[in-house]
Write a protein that binds this ligand. Structure first.
Ligand SMILES: C[S@@+](CC[C@H](N)C(=O)[O-])C[C@H]1O[C@@H](n2cnc3c(N)ncnc32)[C@H](O)[C@@H]1O
Length: 164
């Protein structure tokens, strides 16, 4: 696909640290592709999948896995033991312990974890998260939409911090 160039694009500011995003037991390949595309565009450093249940990622028309690393883990335990040094694991879930994203201060080094479309993040996984954040709304959003909003919230708040 030919890349159109816009003179006034906003390049996401990174600030210090790094961040990655991924899905636990993702089921729908379209969601994965859409999230990868957002992660790539919003400047994520890496992406990951825990437990393979999908085949192709047709919605990732940018082929983001060619541009930023995509890690694939067989289990949550394998993923957890591979977390980068001093990174906080941030669960994204509607849960009793989750705090509103609006007031959340994103860690410099963050790994954002979303849940499966059909059953979300299991309690055993939520218990291992350093923080759990929720988006507004009584019902759940599509997983790739939820992840994209969290990424936007991060770059917005980091841009504010960088300007201070
Ligand atoms: C479709 S939802 C899972 C719904 C599942 N039926 C459940 O009740 O857990 C898929 C994922 O999107 C994310 N998500 C969707 N809406 C959210 C919200 N309001 N706050 C935080 N995460 C959300 C979570 O990571 C969730 O595991």
């Amino acid at each position: 696909m030919a890349q159109k160039s816009y003179p006034n694009v906003i390049i996401p500011q990174h600030g210090r640290g790094f961040f990655g995003i991924g899905i636990y037991a993702a089921k729908v390949s379209h969601n994965i592709g859409t999230l990868w595309r957002s992660a790539d565009v919003m400047g994520a450093d890496f992406m990951f999948i825990i437990g393979k249940r999908y085949s192709t990622m047709k919605t990732d028309t940018l082929k983001s896995w060619k541009h930023i690393p995509l890690f694939e883990y067989e289990s949550f335990e394998q993923f957890r033991s591979s977390l980068p040094k001093d990174a906080r694991l941030v669960g994204i879930e509607l849960d009793e312990r989750s705090v509103p994203l609006m007031g959340y201060r994103h860690p410099e080094r963050a790994v954002y974890l979303l849940g499966a479309e059909d059953y979300g993040l299991p309690q055993s996984v939520l218990e291992c998260c350093d923080d759990v954040v929720q988006l507004p709304g009584r019902f759940s959003l599509n997983v790739s939409v939820a992840g994209s909003i969290v990424l936007y919230d991060r770059i917005l708040k980091i841009a504010e911090r960088v300007q201070q």
